[in-house]
Structures are given as structure tokens and as C-alpha cells.
Design a protein around this ligand. Structure first.
Ligand SMILES: NC(=O)c1ccc[n+]([C@@H]2O[C@H](COP(=O)([O-])OP(=O)(O)OC[C@H]3O[C@@H](n4cnc5c(N)ncnc54)[C@H](OP(=O)(O)O)[C@@H]3O)[C@@H](O)[C@H]2O)c1
Length: 431
């Protein structure tokens, strides 16, 4: 057996994740080295503020004030970027590291979903690895599964719950019967949501992950066209209605190839209570891959947090320690494809529609007429009068209809004088 190679690592960013990773690597060095038949050393660490108190111990000569000073250092083999954000220092560090022929490990979905193609070109040209398992669903090893375990498969659809914070909020609203606002405040207090949880709530975080998973699943370049709706308009009444109708509401991301077009979308989704995905609660994530010959494959786990994210980062570091160079997006950039993008309006869904209306004679019959005029057929109707308020809510479940027809229906309804609030649409996933 060949002599063990020693890899020198620099960790840049010592926040939640960086500090946990630093401690974990030091504590488990022998075990990780033995499993990979290579050894490693944390040669340098860096963060923004030298004087910040951190719960880790490192030697004075390990600290680097400015990461630019290690980009050209021949001793450094692997740079772990744990700063975050698509622009600024993280971008400068990762572009600089790959250009200087350093392997890179990053947990930064914003950066990979925006600049992944350019970074992948540099990595391939310079024959170094760009690893980013921790950028999608924390501890769920979905990227390595697609690249390695599922390599035999032609994947045609990938979807799931890709954001722990929004899943915590929706499941908590259901279990504790709390409002959206109350639940977010509790999530921030418990550390399940950042103090500014907007990218978790508005769907942007899931959109970044969907774009990355699309590239890996379909051997394509990053496609920026994606339909994104967050969870801020889902209220406790929708959760109660869904429950009565046999559904749960989850924020889900989907990517699929249909008629040679890529359809990417993120939106709150009604799923049958009996489905697998309905049972994925709290901060858990679950990704479902549909491919040939595997069929349906589900992988589930903790989507965020220092321990789960470190598990993914160590998997990436190990991939480099084992030696061979891999294409960042599973195949050579020369073979990756560009798909044109399809629109959600062309897809067919069964849908949940909630109308808050003035409680007066003839409203329901006018509503059903508008649905029929737009070729949308109704499967179920639930009517909930609000006591003493002279208004009621009408909940309609449609048969599978073209999304464009549903949207036209809602536009017509929105103009009616009996409609009190913008009609609400939630799509249903049957499966
Ligand atoms: N937290 C999670 O659960 C989770 C899960 C999956 C992926 N991720 C990803 O992991 C990455 C890190 O997240 P985090 O939660 O650890 O963030 P964080 O706690 O905010 O830490 C960011 C770190 O970056 C450092 N930094 C900022 N500007 C810098 C610069 N110019 N040079 C060097 N260091 C700089 C900060 O330094 P100071 O400490 O001196 O301020 C801090 O240590 C992000 O990409 C995030 O999306 C996080």
C-alpha cells in the first residue's frame, strides 16, 4: 500500500458551522484518516474578526488575518469556505482558491446556485475538486447519492422538502394550532430560524437547492428560470381546511423534465396525509428521486445545524482525501446540456382554492359558473361561515386542470364585488 498523503486544510469562516467542523476534525482525525487512507492537518483558520471569542482553541500561527494571504500558499491543499453569501468574500475566496489550484469544500448554496457553472469550469480546467454536499439539505447526502450511489440511473424527477425552517413552521402551526407570526417568533427563539428568516420563508433558499439538484439530476447547466412561492400566505385556516380534507401543507421544491423542457418550481403544496412526505415533520428534510432503473428513492435527514452540516462537510473532505478528481456536476462541463424551461402555467394540477366572500345569496352559483367557463371542474366544496361577520370562506378542490386555466379563473374571481380577499391557490401533489 502507498504511503499516506498529508493534505493541509484551511478553514475560512468560524461561525456556527466553521467552529463545529474545526472541533470535529481535530477530535476525529485518526478515524477520518484511516477511513480515507490519507491524513490531514488544519494548517490555517480565518474569520473576519480576530478578537471575537470563539469556543475553539487554535495555535497563534494557525490564524490568518486575511484569506488572500493563503490563496497562493503552496502548502495549502484544501480550502473550506464557510463564510456564506453569493457575493463578497465567499465568492472571492472560492474563485481565488480554484484558480490557484486548491480543492474547495463549501456549504454555500447561494454561491453554487449562482456561480456553480463558472466555478465548475475552473475546477475542471485546473484538475481540482469543488465539493458542495453541505449546500443542499445539510446532513442529507443527496449530492453524493446522485453522483455515485444512483449513477446508473436516468433521473426524470426530483422533489421534496428542502428547507427545515419552513417545514418546522408549517408542522408547528399544525400541531400547536398557532398562527404564522407566533410560530416564526418561536422558531427564531429556539434557533430553528435565523433572525432574518426571509430566504427560508419566501422560497429563495429552496429555489437555490432545486437549481443545484436539477444540474446533477439532468446533467445540465444551471437554469435560472424557476417558479417560486413561499409560505407567508399560508395561514392557520388553510392548515385546518387541509386537515379536514385529508391533506397536510408542505413547502416543496420540484424539478422535472417533460417534453425535453425543464420545469422547476417551489411552492406550498398539499400532500395526502397518508403519503410519505406528510410524515416528514419539524426541521427534517426529505428528497425523492424518481429514476430508471431505481424507481422511487427517498432520502431523509436533518437539513441544517452544525452537526448535520459537518457530516456533509467531512464527506466532502473525505472525497478529496481519497484522491481522484471528480467533475463538480457529475459529468464534464463539455457534456452538460442546456434545457429550455417550461412554465408552471402549462402543468396540470388538482388545486385547493380558498375564497373569502360576502355571505349573500347567489355567490356560490356564480363562483361555480366561473370555474366551468374556464374549463376547471370542481371535485369538492367546503363552505365555512364566519359567525356574525356576514362573510364566509369557500374552499374548492378542483380536478386536475391546466394551471393557466386555474389562474384565469382566479383572476376573474378577484374582480367580483363579493370577493373580500385575494383568492388563494395551493397546488396538490398526488403521489
Ligand atoms: N447554519 C446552518 O445550519 C447551515 C446549514 C447548511 C449550510 N450552511 C452554510 O454554511 C455557511 C456558514 O454558515 P454559518 O451558519 O456558520 O454562518 P455564520 O455563523 O454567520 O459564520 C460566518 C463566518 O464567516 C466569517 N466571515 C465573514 N466575512 C469574512 C471575511 N471577509 N473573511 C473571513 N471570514 C469571514 C465570519 O467571521 P466572524 O466570526 O469573525 O464574524 C463568521 O465566522 C453558509 O454558506 C451557510 O449557508 C449553514
Amino acid at each position: 500500500m502507498k504511503k499516506k498523503k498529508l493534505y493541509n486544510i484551511a478553514i475560512v469562516g468560524l461561525g456556527n458551522i466553521g467552529c463545529y467542523l474545526f472541533k470535529f476534525l481535530n477530535k476525529n482525525r485518526d478515524n477520518i484518516s484511516n477511513k480515507n487512507n490519507s491524513s490531514f492537518k488544519i494548517l490555517y483558520v480565518s474569520a473576519k474578526n480576530k478578537h471575537k471569542r470563539r469556543n475553539i482553541k487554535f495555535k497563534k500561527n494557525q490564524w490568518v488575518n486575511n484569506f488572500n494571504n493563503i490563496l497562493k500558499n503552496k502548502e495549502v491543499d484544501i480550502i473550506v469556505e464557510l463564510i456564506g453569501g453569493a457575493e463578497g468574500p465567499a465568492k472571492k475566496l472560492v474563485f481565488g482558491a480554484l484558480s490557484n489550484k486548491k480543492h474547495v469544500v463549501t456549504a454555500n448554496k447561494a454561491l453554487i446556485s449562482k456561480y456553480g457553472d463558472k466555478l465548475s469550469m475552473i475546477a475542471e480546467k485546473n484538475k481540482v475538486n469543488l465539493e458542495y454536499e453541505a449546500s443542499v439539505c445539510g446532513g442529507v447526502p443527496i449530492i453524493r447519492s446522485i453522483k455515485e450511489g444512483l449513477i446508473a440511473n436516468k433521473i426524470n424527477r426530483i422533489y421534496g422538502i428542502l428547507n427545515g425552517t419552513s417545514n418546522y413552521i408549517l408542522s408547528s402551526m399544525e400541531i400547536n394550532k398557532t398562527t404564522f407570526r407566533e410560530t416564526i417568533n418561536k422558531a427564531i427563539k429556539l434557533g430553528y430560524a435565523e433572525s432574518d428568516p426571509s430566504s427560508d420563508i419566501n422560497g429563495a433558499d429552496v429555489a437555490s437547492k432545486v437549481k443545484i439538484l436539477s444540474c446533477l439530476s439532468f446533467n445540465s447547466f444551471i437554469n435560472k428560470k424557476i417558479h417560486v412561492e413561499g409560505i407567508k400566505d399560508v395561514d392557520d385556516e388553510d392548515i385546518t381546511n387541509a386537515n379536514k380534507l385529508g391533506y397536510k401543507i408542505k413547502l416543496m421544491g420540484f424539478s422535472e423534465i417533460l417534453n425535453n423542457k425543464i420545469f422547476q418550481r417551489v411552492h406550498p403544496t398539499l400532500v395526502k396525509k397518508s403519503s410519505y412526505i406528510a410524515g416528514v415533520n419539524g426541521v427534517l428534510n426529505a428528497v425523492i428521486v424518481e429514476g430508471n432503473p431505481i424507481g422511487k428513492n427517498i432520502i431523509q435527514g436533518e437539513g441544517a445545524g452544525p452537526s448535520a452540516t459537518t457530516s456533509a462537510l467531512v464527506s466532502d473532505i473525505s472525497s478529496i482525501l481519497r484522491g481522484n478528481i471528480k467533475f463538480p456536476f457529475a459529468i464534464s462541463n463539455k457534456r452538460r446540456k442546456n434545457y429550455s424551461s417550461g412554465k408552471i402555467q402549462d402543468l396540470f394540477f388538482s388545486s385547493y382554492i380558498r375564497l373569502n366572500v360576502k355571505d349573500k345569496y347567489g355567490v356560490l352559483s356564480d363562483v361555480t359558473k366561473i370555474f366551468s367557463n374556464n374549463k376547471v371542474s370542481i371535485k369538492r366544496v367546503l363552505q365555512n361561515p364566519y359567525k356574525n361577520k356576514k362573510k364566509s370562506s369557500i374552499v374548492i378542490i378542483t380536478h386536475r386542470s391546466k394551471d393557466n386555466d386555474i389562474q384565469k379563473t382566479l383572476k376573474t374571481l378577484a374582480k367580483k364585488s363579493y370577493i373580500i380577499q385575494k383568492p388563494k391557490l395551493l397546488r396538490i401533489e398526488n403521489g
